[in-house]
Structure formats: structure tokens, C-alpha cells
Write a protein that binds this ligand. Sequence first.
Ligand code: MG
Length: 497
Amino acid sequence: MLFKNKSVKALAESYKRIWSIGQALGLMGWDLEVYMPENGANARANAESQLELLIQKYMLEMKKDLRMAKKEKSPNVYEQGFIRSTIRDIDYFTKIPPILIEKFSKATAKGHISWRHAREKSDFSKFKPDLELIVKLAREKAERLGYKKHPYNALLDLYEEEFTVAKADKMFGKMVPRLKKLTEKIYREEKVLRSHPLEKIAYKTEPMRQVNEKILKLFDMPNGRFRMDVSTHPFTMGINVNDVRITTRYEGTDFKRSVFSTIHEMGHAIYELNYDSRLEGTPLSDGASVGVHESQSRFWENIIGRSNAFAGLVTPLLKKELPFTRRYNKNDIYQYFNCVKPSLIRVDADEVTYNFHVYLRYEIEKKLINGDLEVSELPGYWNDMMEKLVGIRPKNDALGVLQDVHWSGGSFGYFPTYVVGNVIAGMTLQKMEKNMGSAALWGKVQKGQFNPIKTWLKDNIQKWGAVYTPNDLQMKVFGNSYNPDPFLSYLERKYLD
Ligand code: MG
């Protein structure tokens, strides 16, 4: 039994209701993306918001249990985590009144429609008034939540606990100049391809699905606890620790996009499957943060999936299932997996230039929430910064400021977690190579022996779920936090040596 103290046991007992609603919401959200007929969307959204209100109600009812639990003299690490997480949740629901939640969900529902319309027409003015309201409400949210130094800190903290503008500035401050140098060198030396003929080749869904299923087998994903389906936007949904689902998509050309989307979501799923099962039913059966979660997906997608060793392992499988790959050897496949070029769309960017795309959004959000930048200035600011960082200028707003869904949903503070994910994935690789030996690690990948790698991740990071803050977890595993050096060294080694 993880919880010894009576008051924490009482918290766990109360939390079961919230956990159950969470499972229902998870399943409803999954169904909405995978199976639901389109016209069910309205009623589904109404039902979801009723269940979310129930969560808020039950959470606030835990105040008394929490008061008792906070008095415990010597809580163990699990109890400390449970208490910390409950304080956070209750604090959020206390500070954000239902009326603001309602305003927010109305504004974002409307904003989502106008954003889609604006993107189709590539006309920012169609989205501008709604975005102005969403930014205003996000600023109000930050004010109500409270912050030290910078209002954006309040929003960052929602996705990455204790992460701040100061920490993000430090992280990006180290990364951006070094990545600039790296990309300039990559383009100058011309050893890395900018594009590959395979990007243009069309494929059929069924053989591609076979490829993805076989790749999941290579990684030994557990059949009875895991499944893969199809959706427009791939995602991972952990319903509970023994029911974790991913989705992928089949665009019909450039098959690596489907492969890496599958491996990315599989990385999220491995994390969800590896939480200590004794944490089930508590808020600790969750990732340490959005950034830590993303590090686990990016570790598998980029560091393992785009490696030389993995290209060697997967090439025979590709040749068998996708006849058009037969004229290419494993080095060609490796190069195809790792083209680097300036591009306008974040989700299509390579693992090097991707970080510029996120940095740009971080700078914009920071200034928007602070009032240093107005919504009307967004398209111009975006295009200027894109040109400065990536070296190309969007011809229209659909290829620029209108490309992401996040702002229409009011998710300010989310973007930086993508780079936090890269950074922690780099720290993970460095530590794993140190523990296992670099040659041994890559030898295992080459042979498809992934279980020692999965076990390392489970024992060091994943089994802990949300017991520790993301910062404490990193300190415990790596001895420092949000350190971009290992990730940058990994990229320099990979693309320059
Ligand atoms: Mg992800």
C-alpha cells in the first residue's frame, strides 16, 4: 500500500469518483476523434462540459480531506505528491470561477470555427476579433491564477509545473544561437539532404497499416493493453493503465510521416503503460508534465526512430511491405528519415529546425499575454521572425500565423512543452548512454532489443507518474533540469560528424 496515513487514504477514496469521470471523458474524447458521426459533436460537447463541472464539484468537496492530509507529520513521497497535486487542482478551481470557464469555452468554440474559416481563406481578419477576445480571457485567467514577475508564468505552469519565463528564456537563449550555427553548417556542407524522392511517392493505406502494426510488434507493444486506430489528428489516450490507445493517420504520400507519427504516439503510450499500477485511481497515474510526456514520445520518434541503427532494422520490413522502397538501401532510408530544410509548417519540420518554430510561438505568446504585442500585429511579427529564424517568409497567413489550432483553443503556454520535450529527450539519451554504454545501447536498437531501453525508462522516469514535479524528477534522474546541452550535442553529432 502506497498510502499509510489515514487522511491520504481518505483523499484517495474521494478521488475515485473523479478518476471514474476521467475514464468516461477519455473514452468520449477518443470516440469523438475516432468513431463518432459528425453530427453528434454538439450533444457530446454539452455532456462533456457537464462531466467537467462534476469534476470541479467533487474536487472542491475534497477540501476538508486535504486540510487533514496537510497536517500529516511525515508523509512519504507518494503522499506528498498526492497532497501537492490536490492543492494545485483545488487552487485552480477556486481561482477560476465557472463564469470564466463558460466564457472561455464559448469564445474558443466560436474561435475554432472562425480560425478554420480564416485558414481556408488565408485571411487573418476573419479570426482576429475572436482571437482578441480569447487573448483577453487568457490574460484574465493569468491575473486570477496569480503569478510572480510575468503573467505568462501563470499559463506556463498549467502545462509544465513551476516552469517560468526566466527558465524558458534561459533554455531558448542557449538553444537558438547554437541551432542557427548548426543549420547554417548543415546547409553549407550539403551532406544532409534537403528532400528525398520518397517524399513524393504515393502509398496505399492497407500495406502502410501493416508496416505500422509490424513496427509496433518490433517494439513489443502489449496486445491486451494497447491498440491503434485512425484519426485526422493523431493522439494518445490512456483510459487507464491497462487500456492505452493511440491513433495514426495515412496521408497517402511520404510514408515516413505515418511511421513517425505512429512511433511518436507509441512513445506517449509506453509512458502511460508504465505508471506504477499502484498509482491507478489517483491523480499520480499521469505524466509528470506535458513536457516530460512529450520527451518520452520524442525520444522514441526522433532519437530511436530516426537513428541509423533503427533505419537498418526497419529497412527489410519496408522493402517487404512497400515495394517502391526496394530500390533504396538502408543509408538511403536513413537520409530520407533525416532531411533538413527551411520550412514554413511546424508539424512538417525536421527535428533541427522544428525548435525555431516553437521558439517563435513562445516569443509571441509571452508578448501577447504581457500586452507587449497586440493581436493586430501578429501576422507581420510572425513573418518577420520566421524570416529571421528559418530564412523564409510565408506567402500567406495560412502558411504562417494561421497554421496551428492551439490559439483558437486558448492553449497559451502549451507550445514551449514541445521543445521541453526535445530537451528532456536529449538529457534522457545522455544519461542512458552513460548507464548502458553508447555502443551497447545502439547495438540493442540495431537488433531490435528494445526491452532494456523500455525498462530503463520505466525505472528511472515512467513508473513515477506524477509523483514528483517535473523539475524534481529531472533533478533526481539527471542532476539538473531543462538543460538543452545534451540535446544540442546530440544534434551536432548526428548532423555534422
Ligand atoms: Mg506529442
